[in-house]
Design a protein around this ligand. Sequence first.
Ligand SMILES: Cc1ncc(COP(=O)(O)O)c(C=O)c1O
Length: 423
Amino acid sequence: MAYTVDKNQLCVDGVALSDIADAVATPTYVYSADVMTTQYHNLENAMVRNLPADQQPLLCYACKANSNIAVLSLLRSLGSGLEIVSGGELHRGLRAGFNPKHIVMTGVGKQRQEIIDCLEAGIKQFNVESLPELEHIQNVASDIGKKATVVFRLNPNVSGGGHDKISTGRERDKFGLNLENVHNAYAMAQDMSHVEAIGLSMHIGSQVFQVLSFRKAFETLPDIVKGLRDKGYNVSSLDIGGGFPIQYNDEELLDLDAYAEWVGQIIAPLGTDIIMEPGRYLVGNAGVLLTKTLYTKHTRERDFLILDAAMNDLIRPTLYDAYHGIEKVSKDGEDEETFYDVVGPICETGDTFSKDRALPVMKTGDLVVIKEAGAYGMCMASNYNTRGLPAEVLVQDGAFHVIRKRQSVDEILDKDIVPDHLK
Ligand SMILES: Cc1ncc(COP(=O)(O)O)c(C=O)c1O
């Protein structure tokens, strides 16, 4: 995010965050189109530098990270494909104008209607995660007279991921098939009339900052691919997942060229099409959660900074013990610092963004940004405590655009139905 200070106000890509708060109120997610564009090009260019021209990967943005349709449209305009995990994400992708042939569907619990919608849209492939799911896809495809292209998600039994809850590549995790079942799946698919198996996929986790885990997982592939090809199975596509880490605090950044070199040395010689599924990397550093100080509260033990944003707006700190930078928006009179527990208004002690954070002394009304909140922020927000979902804003070319309106309380209440006898 390109932060600057103008007239003592923190700005994002030249736009004052205080102007956004005045116009849209808080809490509001603010995204930088420029950062998303730069991140996309960084990844794309590393691949261009390290992979043969005829084996450039299809980058399928994992839209679970941030699925606002304007964000999807921006990434689509840069040339991205899409990774989806639900029918809802399929429809977001179609609304954003993605070519269905650039959409891959993953997820351990694909449902009949989702499979039908994907088949009718004509998506590129399903990444299959279990044998019963393979049978289900065959049955659904047969019912509607379509053929499903599938790859099998290999669980390489490699530990990766910045937190236990986002590590997906160990055999004890619910994801993917072990090698024996990949062979079983290929054997089953050979006898299926409405399924065509064309390869493998793999995704070992998210925020994988032990980056050698990627190489370790890739290194399992050549023997596996050979073993499958020796049996006459088609392995012409490899989806090597996402998981690229970003910097929240002082994490070591992934050297994209080193990563691309591993892909070039280990995967490219297998002669397959290559797909990647970057999520967080494209959008994580491109967003902040803009929020306002409601109160400061002093107790004998601690000082609390109580914000109008809460764990329902950004759950990462309490769900994953995640660190996010926190900064005051106004730069007036910042000399005096103190330590705050930065919390939201929700009735849970876990509604804490940070403990003992050094910040300028704050007062009611002071704006604050919670940084690096572009990924797994808004898309995980909930209505807990009957709080409306925040607004979202995209900053682009020196202007800001509301890309999602704040949800009103009436919009939440209108879903509830009171039976007549309780009225
Ligand atoms: C199958 C799959 N692909 C891609 C991703 C995106 O991961 P990340 O946002 O870490 O790149 C995920 C997220 O967990 C995933 O489950």
